[in-house]
Design a protein around this ligand. Structure first.
Ligand code: MV4
Length: 499
């Protein structure tokens, strides 16, 4: 086993990786930019190395500086986390060339899944179902021919794809040409590759993904699905395991799991990976793409399967055999994750970095927080504003939902704006509670509910709160359905008294 591992990342995932390393008796090396001098991953590491200025292009994306840091500190392996260099085939290859183990798949597997059309060809060769579409880049004329034979609506996608960039829905012939040009120039801008291909559009799909893990000796298992349909502008907001749809149709887990393993094996995959599927309203599923890294939402799978995915990644990277057989994997209970962001729900969810002046974290039964916040820390504005992942587990979905509402009510982050208050609205939504999810859920949710609005006048709000509080105390106001705990005003007053 390794004695020392460098984490080529920051924030909550760097902290998450260090926790498993510490349990395994492995020393951790943090890397940090100027903006992260006082960040929690640096505090938590056994050793740390400064790798450059704040912009990630000059620090967390610098392969040369990260390898220098690994050599200087004698790290035998590098964990890339997610984002940054985690799906960079060049980085994986450079690690191996430097004699340092990349804790992830081979550079070849990353490449095989990086191009969305190559990924489709791999899935097709493996016998996994894909959405009708092209398996090579298509010209405008070829795209038109596809629409002619398959009909509208179609979806144009970037070959270098991901994250919905360079994606355009087209409903009629008249829109095709300008949509194609726009998609292509957006793809050029984001990926420096203008190539576009076409698929038939799947309406109101669910996004369900399968976690796989395999070793370097050809063993692979799937760890079941995660339901990730609650997302906003291609950014996941809340995820759960198991999927409420798969719970009703348990045969889907085995069918999607087998398809995921076949696709991953066809790419010669090892380490942890995720195969994404779209599921249509008739419950047919289609391979979408494969993420060749540990995902943000991996904790919900850990809570339901009882496994430590980071520990497994490290063991596999060190050459160990996977000792899990598929029949041994069990799924117990229900887990939900909320992604806590420093963003302003009252202002179109714009990032809201700043100094944290007050912090109380949820605790108690079934609660896990993977985070990187501390009281007094300034959230840097240079990076993704993910602060923490609040994850709960309970025996049943309904209990997990109530537990999440309870945990959110305990969360108190002062000094910055966060999306914490926004989750309760979703968790209390009848459609969510019934498990009726699809990728347009949040958009429709905003159409049904009013968007959250900022208090127009805080004094008015305070007066109203005082009135409501008095009414509640006199027992003339109806009790809310779920226990909400003390109001934020009352809580703030109490914590001032305790100072
Ligand atoms: C689709 C689709 C419907 N039909 N493909 C979005 C990003 C990406 N990498 C693929 N995406 C989609 N592909 C076909 N043929 C709908 C989406 C999609 C989506 C997928 C997963 C999670 C959230 C989504 C939100 C909007 C659209």
């Amino acid at each position: 086993m390794f004695r020392k591992v460098l984490i080529a990342n920051r924030g909550e995932i760097a902290v998450r990786v260090m926790r498993s390393l510490r349990e395994m008796g492995i020393r951790s090396v943090a890397v940090f930019s100027d903006a992260d001098r006082t960040s929690m991953h640096v505090r938590m590491a056994d050793e740390a190395e400064h790798i450059g200025p704040s912009p990630s292009a000059e620090s967390y994306l610098r392969i040369d500086r990260i390898l220098d840091a690994a050599r200087k500190h004698g790290a035998e392996a590098i964990h890339p986390g997610y984002g940054f260099l985690s799906e960079n085939a060049e980085f994986a290859a450079a690690c191996e060339d430097a004699g340092i183990v990349f804790i992830g798949p081979s550079a070849q597997s990353i490449r095989a899944m990086g191009s969305k059309t190559a990924a489709r060809r791999t899935a097709i060769a493996a016998g996994a179902p894909v959405v009708p579409g092209a398996d090579h880049a298509t010209t405008l004329e070829e795209t038109r021919e596809f629409a002619g034979s398959h009909g509208f609506p179609i979806l144009l996608k970037a070959v270098a794809g991901g994250g919905g960039k360079g994606m355009r829905r087209v409903d009629a012939e008249g829109e095709l040409e300008s949509a194609y040009r726009n998609a292509s120039s957006e793809a050029e801008r984001f990926f420096r590759d203008p190539a576009i291909y076409v698929e038939k559009l799947v309406e109101r799909p669910r996004h369900i993904e399968i976690q796989v893990i395999g070793d370097r000796h050809g063993n692979m298992v799937h760890l079941g699905e995660r339901e990730c349909s609650i997302q906003r502008r291609h950014q996941k907001v809340m995820e759960e395991c198991p999927s409420p749809l798969v719970v009703l149709h348990p045969e889907m887990r085995q069918a999607m799991g087998e398809a995921a393993i076949r696709a991953a094996c066809a790419a010669g995959y090892y380490n942890a990976g995720t195969v994404e599927f779209l599921v249509d309203e008739k419950r047919r599923f289609y391979f979408l793409e494969m993420n060749t890294r540990l995902q943000v939402e991996h904790p919900i799978t850990e809570l339901v399967t009882g496994l430590d995915l980071v520990k497994l990644q490290v063991e596999i990277a060190a050459g160990a055999r996977l000792h899990l057989r598929q029949e041994q994997i069990e799924w117990r209970g229900s887990a939900i994750e909320c992604r806590i962001y420093a963003e302003d729900p009252y202002n179109d969810f714009l990032p809201f970095p700043g100094k944290i002046t007050r912090l109380t974290r949820p605790m108690g039964p079934g609660v896990r927080v993977d985070g990187c916040m501390y009281d007094g820390w300034t959230v840097p504005m240079e990076y993704d504003p993910l602060l923490a992942k609040l994850v709960v587990w309970a025996a049943r979905r309904e209990e997990a939902t109530d537990r999440m509402i309870r945990a959110l009510s305990e969360y108190d982050v002062g000094g910055i704006r966060t999306n914490i208050g926004f989750f309760r609205q979703i968790l209390e939504d009848a459609g969510f509670r019934a498990g009726h999810l699809h990728t347009g859920f949040i958009e429709e949710f905003f159409a049904r509910h009013r968007k959250p609005l900022p208090p127009r006048d805080l004094a008015e709000v305070a007066a109203l709160t005082a009135v409501l509080h008095t009414l509640a105390r006199n027992g003339s106001a109806a009790e809310p359905r779920t226990a909400r705990g003390p109001s934020p005003w009352l809580a703030a007053g109490r914590s001032d008294l305790l100072r």
